[in-house]
Design a protein around this ligand. Structure first.
Ligand code: SAH
Length: 235
C-alpha cells in the first residue's frame, strides 16, 4: 500500500481521519508507523497529500490531514478484457486500476467458462476492493469505470464502435499479426482475450467493430503480462 486511501466515512473533520480494520493493521504491521510520522494519503475521488499520525494503537489510527495534491491523470485508455478465471480476475482488475486505465470492461467470450460469471469475485464489493487495492498501489484516488458485458455480440456490435469513436482500437492476438502501429489517435481501446484466446469468429467481429489486430510477437503471454506489456508500449 503506497497510499492510504480514505473514504468519506473515515473523516471525523475535513482535516482529520480515523481508521480501523485492514488499513489500521497495515499501518501498524507493515509501515510500523509511529505517532508523528507522515503517511501518503488520498481521499477517494479527491485530493491526495499527507496524514500525520496523531494516534496509533490497536483500536484506531488517527491522522491530521493536508490534502493539497491532485491525483495523477488517468490514461486515455479503455481495456476490454475477456473475463479471466476468478483467481486471475482479482490481479487483473487491480493491475488495470494501478496502470491508470479510465475504463475497464469485462467481456464474455467463447473460451470464458460460464461458471466464471457466477464467481463471488464478480460481486460489486469484491471488484471495488480490487480497484481500491490497485489505486493504493499506484497512488491514485480515482476509481476507473468498471462494467461487465455478459453478452459478447451486443457489446461488440452496439457499444464497441461508440467506444472507439475518434480513437484507436487494438485487438491483442498472438501470432504473426500486425506489430505496433507508429501513430495512434487517443483514446486507445485495447482488447485482451481469454486464457484460451479469441476464436476466429470473435476476431472477425472485433475487427468489424473497428479493432486492428496487434501481436506482441510469438510468445504467448498471460493476461496480466500482456496487459502490462501493452500499456507499456503505448503510454
Ligand atoms: N492460447 C491463446 C493465448 C491466449 S493468452 C492464443 O493462442 O490465442 C490471453 C490473451 O493475452 C490473448 O488472447 C491476447 O489478447 C493476449 N496475448 C497474449 N500473448 C500475446 C501476444 N504475444 N501478442 C498479443 N496478445 C497477446
Amino acid at each position: 500500500m503506497n497510499l492510504l486511501l480514505l473514504l468519506p466515512e473515515d473523516l471525523a473533520a475535513p482535516d482529520r481521519a480515523i481508521l480501523s480494520g485492514r488499513r489500521l493493521a497495515h499501518v501498524r504491521e507493515v509501515h510500523r508507523a509511529q505517532v508523528g510520522d507522515e503517511l501518503a494519503v488520498g481521499l477517494l475521488g479527491g485530493a491526495m497529500g499527507r496524514g500525520r499520525v496523531l494516534r496509533l494503537d490497536a483500536g484506531a489510527l488517527e491522522l491530521a490531514l493536508v490534502l493539497d495534491e491532485a491525483p495523477p491523470p488517468k490514461l486515455p485508455l479503455s481495456l476490454v478484457i475477456a473475463l479471466p478465471r476468478p483467481k486471475v480476475l482479482n490481479r487483473v482488475v487491480a493491475a488495470a486500476a494501478s496502470l491508470g486505465a479510465g475504463r475497464i470492461v469485462l467481456l464474455n467470450a467463447w473460451k470464458v467458462e460460464k461458471a466464471y460469471w457466477s464467481s463471488p469475485r464478480l460481486q460489486p464489493d469484491s471488484l471495488r476492493q480490487q480497484l481500491l487495492l490497485g489505486l493504493e498501489q499506484a497512488r491514485d484516488t480515482v476509481l476507473p469505470e468498471l462494467r461487465l458485458a455478459r453478452l459478447f455480440r451486443p457489446f461488440v456490435e452496439d457499444e464497441l464502435p461508440e467506444l472507439l469513436a475518434g480513437g484507436t482500437g487494438l485487438l491483442a492476438h498472438p501470432g504473426p499479426g500486425e506489430t505496433v502501429p507508429e501513430v495512434l489517435a487517443a483514446p486507445l481501446t485495447l482488447a485482451i482475450g481469454p486464457e484460451g484466446g479469441w476464436i476466429e469468429a470473435e476476431v472477425r467481429s472485433l475487427i468489424k467493430a473497428g479493432l486492428r489486430p496487434l501481436s506482441l510477437g510469438p510468445r504467448i503471454l498471460r493476461t496480466e503480462t500482456a496487459l502490462a506489456a501493452l500499456v507499456g508500449k503505448f503510454f
